[in-house]
Ligand binder design. Structure first.
Ligand code: DX5
Ligand code: ZN
Length: 220
C-alpha cells in the first residue's frame, strides 16, 4: 500500500516552544508536522496562521502539513505559500464552487493540495476533485468534528476511508482526530496511510513508541 506518513498535530504541543517541540517530534520519527489553522468561524476555535508557519519554517526543513479549517481558504494561499507551507488541505464544505481555482493557486505557490471532509460530509463530494485533470493529491477524512484536539475517534467514518481506498488504490488518505494506539488498527485496515495524532503522541511519555507503533500498523 501507500507508505505511512505519521504527522503529529502541533495543536497538542507547547506553542510557546514550537520550534523545539517540532524538533522533538522529528527526533521521535515523525514524517510530517500537522499544522491546524483555524479562523474562529469555520470552527469555534482560533489557532495559528501564516506568521507562525513562517517563524517555524526558519527552524525546520520538515514537511508542514497545513489543515485549513477556515471559511475563506483562498485568502490563505499566498501568505502560506510565502511562509513556507508544504501541504495545503482545505475543506470541501466551503469550497464547492471555487475549488478548481483554489487547487490551481495552491500548486502555483509550490504547495501540495489536499481536500478534507467533516464526519457528516459524504465522501462522494471529493470524487470530482480527485478525478479532475488538476487533482488534489490527498484526501483528509476527519475522524472527529474539527476544532479541538483530544476528542473521541468516530469509527463510523471508516466506511468513507474504505470506499475511498477501494476507488483510489494509490491516493494519500489522511485521518485526523482521536488516533492513537487503540484506534490505529481501525484506520489502517480501512486503508488510511497518513495519520495525524495530537494528544496520543504529546500525552505519551514515549512519543517515539507511539509513532513507531502507528507506522507499523499502516505499513504491515
Ligand atoms: C482537530 C484537528 C486535529 C487535532 C487532532 O480539529 O484537526 O488535527 O489536533 O488531535 P487529537 O489527535 O488529539 O484528536
Ligand atoms: Zn487537523
Amino acid at each position: 500500500g501507500c507508505p505511512a506518513k505519521i504527522a503529529p498535530s502541533m495543536l497538542s504541543s507547547d506553542f510557546a516552544n514550537l520550534a523545539s517541540e517540532a524538533q522533538r517530534m522529528l527526533d521521535c520519527g515523525a514524517d510530517w508536522l500537522h499544522m491546524d489553522i483555524m479562523d474562529g468561524h469555520f470552527v469555534p476555535n482560533l489557532t495559528i496562521g501564516a506568521p507562525v508557519i513562517k517563524s517555524l519554517r526558519k527552524h525546520t526543513k520538515a514537511y508542514l502539513d497545513c489543515h485549513l479549517m477556515v471559511t475563506n481558504p483562498l485568502d490563505y494561499v499566498e501568505p502560506l505559500g510565502e511562509a513556507g507551507a508544504s501541504g495545503f488541505t482545505f475543506h470541501v464544505e466551503i469550497s464547492k464552487e471555487n475549488w478548481q481555482e483554489l487547487v490551481h493557486r495552491i500548486k502555483s505557490k509550490g504547495m501540495r493540495p489536499g481536500v478534507a471532509v467533516r464526519p457528516g460530509t459524504p465522501i462522494e463530494e471529493v470524487y470530482p476533485l480527485v478525478d479532475s485533470e488538476n487533482p488534489v493529491e490527498m484526501v483528509l477524512v476527519m475522524t472527529v468534528e474539527p476544532g479541538f484536539g483530544g476528542q473521541k475517534f468516530m469509527p463510523e467514518t471508516m466506511d468513507k476511508v474504505q470506499k475511498l481506498r477501494k476507488k483510489y488504490p494509490s491516493l494519500d488518505i489522511e485521518v485526523d482526530g482521536g488516533l492513537g494506539p487503540s484506534t490505529i488498527a481501525m484506520a489502517a485496515s480501512a486503508g488510511a496511510n497518513c495519520i495525524v495524532a495530537g494528544s496520543s503522541v504529546f500525552g505519551s511519555p514515549e512519543p517515539a513508541q507511539v509513532i513507531s507503533l502507528m507506522r507499523k500498523a499502516v505499513d504491515e
